[in-house]
Design a binder for this molecule. Sequence first.
Ligand code: NDP
Length: 400
Amino acid sequence: MAKVVCVLYDDPEDGFPTAYARDTVPEIKSYPDGQTAPTPSAIDFTPGELLGSVSGELGLRKYLEGNGHTMVVTTSKDGPDSVLEKEIADADIVISQPFWPAYLTGERIEKAPNLKLAITAGIGSDHVDLDAAMKNDITVAEVTFSNSISVAEHVVMQILSLVRNYIPSYQWVVKGGWNIADCVSRSYDLEGMHVGTVAAGRIGLAVLRRLKPFDVHLHYVDRHRLPREVEEELNLTWHETAEDMVRVCDVITINCPLHPETEHLFDAEMLSKMKRGSYIVNTARGKICDRQAIVDALESGQLAGYAGDVWFPQPPERDHPWRTMPHHGMTPHISGTSLSAQARYAAGVREILECWFEGRPIRDEYLIVTGGKLAGVGAKSYSEGNATSGSEAAAEFSAA
Ligand code: NDP
């Protein structure tokens, strides 16, 4: 029987919800590329409930305990005194969400001799030292496509919010003002602008498709080129490198995984190549951007705005400069954990667990690492290495 340690974010400050804003969420049975949504044998939750916080338990307790396994659920994940640090010593499986990542560094993996499976409830397994997972024969799996469209919607919202200067305008209303000139002196139309995505995978392509009706010029950079009919349908311009693309764009959206090739891709040098007054929306991973270079570019006016929902580490320190830099539209890491998305990734985690315990193969599209090497989506979208360094700073948030 297995010991499963599940690291989830805190419940709401005023307690676990007893009622919700809506009664149902639409049921999504398949994704745009034809992949089916998760197909576990059953679920023990009602879609639309809060599943990603500790009391939601991803709807897994009944299934796990009913099959004789032990389930430990905690929010305490950072620092040597955390519950995760203690419980990982004899854990067989760790489940974590990128929003509140249980950083599985090489040192932690060394302390977990029984650990065989790390499941990401969502997409993006950069919180796991993939090198160490490969060396220690740990399978890493995520619920591919479960929240890709959720993120694409957030990206479009944040692009429009920045370009049209929505957040400061909203704040004028709340403050009791009617300051039209203050609101519009940084407000533009998106129409006619050049928008480029770094990566045109599941999220990047969904962003391009959603932006097409805004009559913008669409650009992308990716290691693999999209099929010619997709390029023609969306009138896309492909660029060999991110540097080439940023020179001609007004808005950049970042949609690639974090791995050694993309870590700090947007540093001071890359930012200096952008048009003055460009916007960046990064919902991929905080570490793809250099923290201080973003602050400097906003302060100098090289960037007109920066938004996204990803930080490094997570949670970020209470005095992280991105909380207070000018012209930003940051949220906590929420784009992929809407109630709609939670229903899909909780079902996906259950599907992965059922496969694991019943000795059936996990879907190839869910695999990042298995058998000591990158596999499935991991072999296509990641590069070997470790992107967890510096994650120990996440302990500063709880300590503050
Ligand atoms: P996909 O695997 O579908 O797409 C990733 C794409 O990135 C692939 O097309 C891949 O290219 C491309 N890529 C990888 N490295 C590079 C590089 N060096 N330069 C250019 N392109 C590159 O994943 P998704 O679109 O579903 O998700 C992307 C990322 O978004 C996740 O890894 C995660 O970090 C983040 N995410 C964030 C969420 C949030 O809540 N904010 C939720 C979900 C995901 P190819 O395969 O062609 O080599």
